[in-house]
Design a protein around this ligand. Structure first.
Ligand code: PFF
Length: 464
């Protein structure tokens, strides 16, 4: 069967941006930036996006388009040995497991959206509401909803599913985000938040902050998950990969900045004397514990309907962003089953989806509802739940490792001239350019070295 393709470069850019724009940019980024020096963090983050992540992104996309394969197929075809095939497996198992983790979060977002739409803001803002939600059977209804929608999109395939959904959802998402930013900036004391976000404080930049910023940029651009190899395998031969990669990186960065102009001003208008340490550590805490309090407080100013409307609008935005990311990550194992086992899209989707739902339910139940799942393993200083375990292992640890292996594979196994040839397709001015030299040099030297440092650092901090 002929491999499906995106209908245009724009179709691919929106699909890849849909993957990149997610909870990472919308929520994790503003929190990290505010705690770590505001614009100083932003500058460093932007530097990492373009000088470290972009080359990796171009390498993933080129590898995908050249092989016209999922990651396992690509590593197997070019690697020609067992070791690389194992790396290929890792690049399919990782998105599968991160997909489980992301599915759980998307289900919660859907639940919060449901509650906001029905005006139950007081419930959401209660400190215990998150527990109640994870412990109630409503979870299963929302799980069915999210899985149903994701499957509906993926069943349509590349053009009629992924591309169609992202070309509608992404522009909508941008417009909604800008509308929310404009609204929040009109609130009292919002400018305090803007100042906090935009005034650089370089004294906050430490080695740990650099490490966190790079890991965040890497995750946020959906690298190391095989997503861009898979999406890359659907790009037309004459499309310009380099321009597309730059656009995706820029869009993702832009959304992160807008989101900083949304969340911090909102926090300061809620409480002008807020201490930055009061902002949640994690993006999960931010979306599910902190922001609902702001929405509830809004009721006093703009009334019940106004506040419910704004809250619903916000959760819908996050929901769209999460859905387009979830779709991209599930496509990786789906494509692997289709390519590797010759299954139809529908069969691949149902068999993987089934396994994913089981694991997602187990993860969701590991939030206290089932005791032993909530304390499944002990390492570092804590006892971890099944959900934390997946997060630590796959997202925190294996992701940078996958990136590192990918760089080595592309430069030393697949070889530079093949990468160059792929990046030069549809791009006459690329050969001999600074970018070409930079990508080749960095991917074979300091980028894998930096990823190796992050990997070792993470292992040492998490497990010991
Ligand atoms: N860019 C996504 C985010 O920031 O949330 C990264 C991502 C994570 C994509 C998990 C897909 C996914 F399943």
């Amino acid at each position: 069967m002929k491999r499906e393709q995106f209908s245009s470069s724009l179709g691919f850019i929106l699909a890849a941006a849909g993957s990149a724009v997610g909870i990472g940019n919308l929520v994790a980024f503003p929190v990290m930036a505010s705690k770590n020096g505001g614009a100083a963090f932003l500058i460093i983050y932007a530097f990492f996006v373009f000088f470290i992540c972009l080359p990796v992104m171009l390498a993933e996309m080129s590898l995908g388009r050249h092989t016209r394969q999922n990651p396992l197929g690509a590593y197997t075809e070019i690697g020609q040995n067992r070791a690389w095939r194992t790396v290929g497996w890792l690049s399919v198992i990782t998105p599968f497991m991160i997909g489980v983790f992301y599915l759980v979060i998307t289900v919660w977002i859907a639940g919060y959206l449901g509650k906001a739409l029905t005006g139950q803001l007081d419930q959401l803002a209660e400190p215990a509401s998150f527990d109640v939600f994870t412990n109630s059977n409503e979870l299963f209804i929302y799980m069915a909803l999210v899985v149903g929608l994701t499957f509906l999109i993926l069943q349509g395939g590349v053009k009629k599913g992924i591309e169609k959904a992202t070309t509608v959802l992404m522009p909508l998402l941008f417009v909604m985000l800008i509308a929310l930013v404009i609204y929040v900036l009109t609130l009292e004391n919002a400018m305090l938040g803007v100042k906090f976000f935009l005034v650089p404080d370089f004294s906050k930049i430490t080695g740990q902050v650099l490490n966190g910023a790079l890991a965040q940029a890497f995750f946020s651009l959906s690298l190391g998950m095989g997503i861009l190899i898979t999406y890359g395998s659907y790009i037309q031969k004459n499309n310009n990969i380099v321009t597309a990669g730059k656009m995706v990186a820029a869009l993702s960065l832009l959304v992160a900045c807008c989101s900083g102009l949304l969340i911090l001003p909102a926090a300061f208008s809620f409480n002008p004397d807020i201490e930055i340490s009061e902002l949640s550590e994690s993006s999960i805490g931010m979306i599910f514990m902190f922001l609902p309090k702001i929405f509830l407080a809004l009721q006093a100013d703009i009334g019940y309907f106004g506040a419910s409307f704004i809250a619903s609008f916000f959760f819908l935005l996050v929901f769209f962003a999460a859905m387009t990311s979830l779709v991209s990550i599930i496509e990786v194992p789906v494509a692997s089953l289709m390519d590797g086992k010759g299954l139809s899209r529908r069969k691949a989707l149902y068999s993987l989806g089934g396994a994913m739902i089981v694991l997602a339910v187990i993860s969701a139940l590991s939030f206290g509802r089932i005791e032993w799942l909530s304390n499944i393993m002990s390492y570092g200083d804590n006892t971890k739940s099944f959900f934390n375990l997946i997060n630590d292992m796959f997202y925190e640890t294996i992701l940078p490792l996958n990136g590192l292996l990918l760089c080595l594979f592309v430069i030393y196994r697949w070889k530079k001239h093949n990468l160059d040839a792929e990046m030069s397709q549809g791009n006459d001015s690329f050969a001999g350019s600074f970018l070409q030299k930079y990508v080749n040099f960095s991917l074979g030297t300091f980028i894998p070295a930096i990823l190796a440092i992050i990997f070792v650092n993470t292992v040492l901090t998490i497990y010991f």
